[in-house]
Each structure stands twice: as structure tokens, then as C-alpha cells.
Design a protein around this ligand. Structure first.
Ligand SMILES: *Cc1c(COP(=O)(O)O)cnc(C)c1O
Length: 218
């Protein structure tokens, strides 16, 4: 099915408050433009350099989210391109974003990435370390935490992802009530092509879909 139709089909199945973010790593500007014609308003990219090349051609007709691991030395460029970074997992990285945001005199929105499967090889902050990180970040003047993101482990049966989404949602609810300045839990980003229905059931309001829109990655 063509990209435009896929986007429309998914949009017709999700509640109005849920953001459909197209995960566009490895996709061409042509493919992305078709998704935009179908109704995509948010794009997620994993690499700063790849995003930069596309941003140059597509521009600000959509919102850009960073959904890949961000290196400290790419922060300056990243915050020029991206409207939000979803993958915050360390204070060091966030301090760097704060520094660049200060120079631009903006308060920059981020999501904290939760390593909900406690997987040593994956990025994201461990669930038990998250509250401490949020306290630290909340002291930075030019950062605002707007929610949480998680990938979750690779599972055989899609239903097996549910506990990891539920764990992340529970943290989301808990952090809502911390009463910290610069922390407002608005966005819960979870669910991909195979798991977005479960994610919405568990409270996601950003779903990130690649293959479900563009087909298999080649
Ligand atoms: C690639 C990617 C997705 C989308 O994955 P699909 O299985 O292609 O839908 C979502 N989130 C992140 C962080 C990704 O890197």
C-alpha cells in the first residue's frame, strides 16, 4: 500500500490526542514528503547528520524529534534542527543541551528515555535511577522535561511488551506529582509498528512508526 494511504489508515485508528510520529531513519525525502501529504506532522530521526540533510529540504512544515542516542558533541547542531529530544539518559548530556539553550535564550523540551527492560546494552536510564536524574535536571534553567519515552525489549509475542509500557506509564504518573519546576509530564512516547495499539491502551500519546508507514527497511 502506498505511504499516503498507510498514514491515513493509522491516523483514522488512533485517538485525536495521540501524535503519530513517522520514524524516518533511512527513508528518502521523497518518501517522507509522501507521508507528510498523508497527514504526518511529526518526524523522528536517529542521527543528527542524516536529519540535517533532510531538514535542509523539508524544513519546518513538520516538527522534528530526535529519537536516537545523542552524542554530546552533536548537541549544538541537534537543537538547531530538533524541536524535542526524546532520548535523554544522562545529566552530562542534558547539561550540554542546557548550555546551548542558554546561548539561544530558549527553554528546550526533552523527554527522558527509560530503559524499561533493564537491558545493559541499551540506552536509556534504568527505572530506579530515573527520579534522581529528574531531580538533577530540574535544576537546569534552560531545560524543561515534558515526559518519558521508552523502546522496551525485543519480544516474540507483541503482547509481551505490555509490562514494559505499563512500568513506564506508572513512572510517568508518579513523576507528575513531584511538584518540580521545569517538569511537566505531558508526553508518553512508546509503541512502534507492531506494538502501537498496546502502547495506546497503556497510555502512550506519541507513537513512533517506521515500517508500518514506509514498509520494510532495505
Ligand atoms: C526505528 C525506530 C522506530 C520505528 O520502528 P518500526 O519498527 O520501524 O516502526 C521507533 N522508535 C525508534 C527509537 C526507532 O529507532
Amino acid at each position: 500500500m502506498e505511504i499516503r494511504k498507510k498514514v491515513k489508515e493509522i491516523l483514522s485508528q488512533i485517538p485525536e490526542n495521540v501524535i503519530l510520529l513517522a520514524a524516518t531513519k533511512g527513508r528518502t525525502v521523497e518518501e517522507i514528503n509522501q507521508a507528510i501529504e498523508g497527514g504526518i506532522k511529526f518526524i523522528g530521526e536517529n542521527y543528527v547528520q542524516e536529519a540535517e540533510e533532510k531538514f535542509f529540504k523539508i524544513g519546518k512544515v513538520v516538527k522534528w524529534h530526535m529519537i536516537g542516542h545523542l552524542q554530546t558533541n552533536k548537541v549544538k547542531k541537534a537543537i538547531e534542527i530538533f524541536d524535542m529530544i526524546e532520548t535523554i539518559d544522562s545529566f552530562k548530556l542534558t547539561k550540554e543541551i542546557d548550555k546551548e539553550a542558554k546561548k539561544k535564550n530558549i527553554v528546550y523540551p526533552v523527554l527522558i528515555e527509560i530503559n524499561s527492560g533493564n537491558e545493559s546494552q541499551k540506552s536509556g536510564v534504568l527505572p530506579e535511577d530515573t527520579e534522581k536524574l529528574i531531580y538533577e535536571i530540574s535544576k537546569l534553567d534552560n531545560i524543561k522535561i515534558e515526559g518519558l519515552m521508552t523502546m522496551g525489549p525485543v519480544v516474540k509475542n507483541t503482547e509481551d511488551i505490555r509490562p514494559y509500557f505499563r512500568l513506564t506509564k506508572n513512572l510517568f504518573e508518579k513523576f507528575k506529582n513531584l511538584g518540580l519546576k521545569n517538569v511537566e509530564m505531558k508526553y508518553l512516547s512508546m509503541g512502534m509498528s507492531d506494538t502501537w495499539k498496546i502502547a495506546i491502551e497503556e497510555g502512550a500519546n506519541i507513537i513512533r512508526i517506521g515500517t508500518g508507514i514506509f514498509g520494510p527497511r532495505t
